[in-house]
Design a protein around this ligand. Structure first.
Ligand code: COA
Length: 405
């Protein structure tokens, strides 16, 4: 059956389309909440799938500026994807993905990115895992750092209201150089990161904001909450770090020192960290981080030529990639990358790969050599992977997206 998929035309349709995923979260439809959400997700960026006049599925795309090697580019930030249980496995998602990707391409956004609720869903639509992410749990007795405290860095607690002024500039400095991070408009900060609705505390206390300053200037911040618990007189709860970012190694170390030194906790827990987090080298007992790794951001090159041209490269090349794309076949073919430009070519290819694997390499999170070793990229010429890595690898850190959207 061909499903009718179109952008939501009014707030009622928007509520019903978002309602498909809300069903699984167990939340009620709420017009007021939808109105707030529409400030960051415009109605025309929310697609609805109709069965007659009933909405049975929805898929949204935030208009992001996402950092890739070289700087920020336009990106469809895919979100709130859901199909009602009455209509699953009948092609509704497939129809929504097609319409959404065409819309993203027509808007001139060369790539799309998402977090996947299940890792089997999005490969078929051309997405590839573009970053790994780590969750840590550090027991209180093992939270010391190698370096002594630096008196140039001071810390203070600030209100969430004051955080609206003080925190975004720090985020923006880190974002500018970190692939995978996206620009947060003011409404985003207010609605998401610096809001603290009681129904989002999940058994924890209020959201706190901590600022660290280097020579008196904001250089890092953390948002965190206590999950307080005592067991036979001893602290058994944890501190949950919601987000901690800092500009440079000194501020990073001192920010985490304050978090790690907190009393009344058995452990510190944090998730959505980059796997090359500086703490790996700053902690006296890095093994005690107990980092668990999983897939992070997924990336889809929606317009392969535009996406390859939008990114910076670490080497001149050339390298030729033979790309397959069964979902958007107009991307398929051979692409030559040389001197920072990308164009179609008839030349022999170095590597053959699916567009999903190109998504895995795009932010610099994975090398072509790794993908060849896994058997998901084919080397057509000797040293093809090494040549491609010489072109794609830059000085940027590993991709990091600190927030599920
Ligand atoms: C995931 C979800 C959106 C899939 O929607 P759907 O309309 O059932 O998907 P489709 O019918 O278009 O499926 C397309 C293909 O993907 C497969 N597929 C889709 N979701 C899958 C899943 N969760 N696990 C395994 N396979 C899945 C289907 O089996 C189908 O395969 P086929 O083409 O070989 O038959 C829907 O089940 C849902 O809303 N789940 C709960 C919310 C959720 O996880 N949303 C995603 C948020 S990131």
């Amino acid at each position: 059956m061909a499903w009718d998929v179109r952008p939501t035309a009014d707030l009622e349709q928007f509520v019903d389309a978002v309602g498909a995923i809300s069903h699984y979260f167990g939340s009620e439809s709420d017009l007021e909440r939808a109105e707030r959400f529409a400030k960051v997700l415009p109605l025309e960026r929310m697609h609805a799938a109709f069965d007659g006049d009933r909405i049975v599925g929805g898929a949204g795309a935030f208009p992001f500026q996402l950092t890739v090697p070289g700087g920020p580019i336009a990106c469809g930030g895919v979100t709130v994807v859901g199909v009602l249980p009455t209509h699953r496995r009948r092609g509704v998602l497939t129809a929504m993905m097609r319409t959404q990707l065409e819309d993203i391409r027509d808007r001139g956004e060369p790539i799309a990115a998402l977090w996947a609720s299940e890792e089997v869903i999005y490969r078929r639509f051309g997405y590839g895992v573009a970053s790994f992410t780590g969750a840590i749990e550090i027991a209180s007795g093992y939270s010391g750092l190698r370096q002594a405290p630096d008196p140039a860095v001071t810390s203070r607690l600030i209100t969430l209201e004051d955080a609206k002024e003080l925190v975004p500039p720090v985020y923006d400095r880190v974002r500018a150089v970190t692939p995978g991070m996206f620009e947060r408009p003011e409404a985003w900060w207010e609605l998401r990161n610096l809001a603290d609705p009681p129904d989002r505390r999940f058994g924890g206390g209020v959201k706190n904001a901590l600022l660290v300053e280097l020579d008196g200037k904001p250089a890092g911040y953390a948002l965190y909450r206590f999950h307080m618990k005592f067991d036979e007189g001893s602290a058994a709860g944890h501190v949950e770090v919601i987000e901690a970012l800092a500009d440079g190694p000194l501020a990073t170390g001192e920010l985490w020192r304050v978090l790690l030194d907190m009393d009344w906790k058995a452990t510190l827990q944090a998730s959505l960290l980059p796997i090359d987090h500086p703490l790996q080298f700053q902690l006296a007992y890095p093994r005690r981080m107990r980092m668990r790794i999983s897939d992070g951001l997924w990336v889809r090159l929606v317009d392969v030529g535009a996406a390859l041209a939008a990114r910076a490269y670490g080497g001149d090349g050339p390298v030729v990639l033979e790309v397959e794309d069964s979902f958007l076949p107009e991307n398929a073919g051979r692409w030559r990358i040389a001197g920072g430009t990308a164009e179609r070519t008839d030349a022999d290819a170095d590597l053959a790969l699916d567009v999903g694997e190109l998504g895995s390499a795009y932010l610099g999170g994975f090398t072509f050599a790794e993908l060849v070793r896994a058997g998901v990229v084919r080397e057509l010429k000797q040293s093809g992977a090494a040549r491609a890595d010489g072109v794609f690898l830059t000085a940027a850190p590993k991709p990091w997206c600190p927030e599920i959207f």
